[in-house]
Design a protein around this ligand. Sequence first.
Ligand code: SF4
Length: 233
Amino acid sequence: MMVENKAALQQKAMEMYAIFLKTYGERSLKPPRRDAMTELIMTILSHRTTNANEKLAFTRMWEHYGSWEAIRDADMAELTALIAPSNYPEVKAPYIKGTLAQIIHERGQANIDFLENLPVDEGLRWLLSLPGVGIKTASLVLLFNFSKPIMPVDTHVHRVSLRTGLVPPRTSANKAHDLLLEILPNEPHILFNFHVTCLRHGQKICTWNAPKCPQCPINHLCDYYHEVFTANS
Ligand code: SF4
């Protein structure tokens, strides 16, 4: 990234952030909304799934088995049926069992709180070694549960970043993780609130199929808006 380009993008990101905070509010990173093991497994269940169905799948699984060890040892077909409210249960069931097996084998228990004391890069590497854990899930757990300076890029954050021009056209979500960290402050509270408010913006205003550009509070900062609404005026 060119130095002058980086400075302009940093400024744009902070202007967007200030407007997002005013529009959607600011939240505290602590205390975490749930323990780290639960966050990890729920994030695996959340992939391409609504919040309501993610929670339903988790509740059905937990009420049936009642412990991480029992889920690790669960019959694959039975677990797949129980988490069926989540999309792709046949993919997620082996991921969940494999992730639990690896954690319990390596750590002696289903507990990942040791990540608190690891540098962010080491924690990321360790989480990415688990079956079914990608960069979004790993970043979310490290930021939400351990206040590490890293930011998950979900589909909404990815879309808003592309349209506004915070990342170049056709940047993948994985690459956007790196590029956004280069332009946002290395500060967990800001990364958390940028993620949460940008996600909200993607759900409410900058939706996938019908972005509400004329009423968008950041349209003056948005490349897509300038291309579509002001280029020929
Ligand atoms: S102006 Fe439109 S495309 Fe740009 S961020 Fe707002 S809603 Fe999204």
